[in-house]
Design a protein around this ligand. Sequence first.
Ligand code: HEC
Length: 113
Amino acid sequence: MLKNKAAIAGITLFLLTCAGGVAAQEVDADAAKSLFGKSGCKKCHDPVKDKNGPSFEKTSAKYKGKADAEEKLWTHLTTNPIVKYDDKEEKHISPKTDDQGEIRNLIRWILSH
Ligand code: HEC
């Protein structure tokens, strides 16, 4: 009996965690698009077309099923790594905001493609 209770508690916790996970993944696409536009990302990125940088469909596919996808993109977008395109090397820009939540939302939007 006790064992069953523990199992049920475990399952309940698991379901609650899943529900929480889904809620955490919710994306405000309008806010993300607006930040994407005002930060100048459009010059090199498009949701579906490759430009100087990869399309978000490509990036999303690259990170599909990887648990550290958000962290990888967080690092990419906040530490200005050197990127190469057209035989040029330059620092990758960061989104124009000080709000970490807005950057997270943008990352989730990118990964939702
Ligand atoms: C001047 C061109 C340029 C601009 C502007 C630019 N990017 Fe990029 N971006 C690149 C290039 C080139 C790469 C490929 C880097 C690589 O694969 O080494 C890249 C890669 C990425 C990736 C994939 C990283 C990965 O780990 O696969 C994401 C996501 C991204 N950029 C988002 C953005 C966002 C958001 C903005 C606006 C804040 C932005 N980029 C602005 C050129 C640019």
